[in-house]
Design a protein around this ligand. Structure first.
Ligand SMILES: NC(=O)c1ccc[n+]([C@@H]2O[C@H](COP(=O)([O-])OP(=O)(O)OC[C@H]3O[C@@H](n4cnc5c(N)ncnc54)[C@H](OP(=O)(O)O)[C@@H]3O)[C@@H](O)[C@H]2O)c1
Length: 209
């Protein structure tokens, strides 16, 4: 029997990350789920069984991400796959001056992805094996009003991912970028700009990317 592989899933609390976690366990992976809302992770882990564990993680904090990888190593021996899925989308008009939301998107979507790469890459290089999957967005390929900063972060994820792919391909480490279209999740709950919420409330556009 081949040894089960281990994957880390960031943003496993809800939406796409929770669905990925369920799917990986069904395929025989050990998983370490990461997110801030531990009560939801605890609930999901209880449903998934003993091959699913979780760690409270804020991906915008480098120490949290290093600790996440250490805990996955301790629990399962090594990390074969990292899925950098955590993300937020507090889109806003530039004129609304939601600079705090710009900072948060850069911290979670961009820096969080980079911290994950940094934390798993040494062991993957040492083993000459591994897979890093970064979740970008169709909004990283196209943009529109209110989406500028979110699109910039997701475009950034796509580009940093491609640079990594080219760097580590010869070391047998695979790098994949996923750019999903619209998926019905909690992502729109991160929006704080009344101008955008008004438009959404009227059903006049701003379709999720
Ligand atoms: N839904 C779409 O239409 C769509 C389209 C394209 C791309 N995407 C991308 O897909 C990914 C997953 O989003 P989703 O649609 O599944 O939305 P979601 O249900 O809101 O899930 C986002 C996840 O990210 C986690 N997260 C947010 N901030 C975090 C932080 N600082 N540290 C750790 N985890 C954090 C959340 O967990 P906690 O709150 O517990 O931390 C949650 O588990 C995101 O990167 C998103 O940009 C979504």
């Amino acid at each position: 029997m081949t040894k089960a592989k281990t994957a880390i899933v960031t943003g496993a609390t809800s939406g796409i990350g929770a669905a990925i976690s369920r799917s990986l366990v069904a395929q025989g992976f050990n998983i370490m789920m990461a997110g801030r809302r531990t009560e939801k992770l605890e609930e999901l882990a209880a449903q998934l069984g003993e091959t699913a564990k979780f760690t409270a993680t804020d991906v915008s904090k480098r120490d949290d991400v290093l600790s996440l990888v250490n805990q996955a190593n301790d629990a399962f021996g090594q990390v074969d796959v990292l899925i950098n899925n955590a993300g937020i989308m507090p889109i806003s008009l530039y004129s609304s001056r939601k600079v705090d939301d710009w900072d948060k998107m850069i911290d979670v979507n961009l820096k969080g992805t980079l911290y994950g790469i940094d934390a798993v890459l040494p062991q993957m290089i040492e083993r000459q094996s591994g897979h890093i999957i970064n979740v970008a967005s169709i909004a990283g390929l196209q943009t529109g009003p209110a989406f500028g900063v979110y699109s910039a972060t997701k475009s950034g994820v796509r580009v940093l991912s491609e640079g990594l792919r080219q760097e580590v391909a010869a070391q047998n480490i695979r790098v994949t970028t996923i750019s999903p279209g619209t998926v019905a999740t909690e992502l729109f709950g991160t929006i704080t700009d009344p101008a955008v919420l008004d438009v959404l409330g009227q059903g006049l556009g701003y379709q999720p990317m």
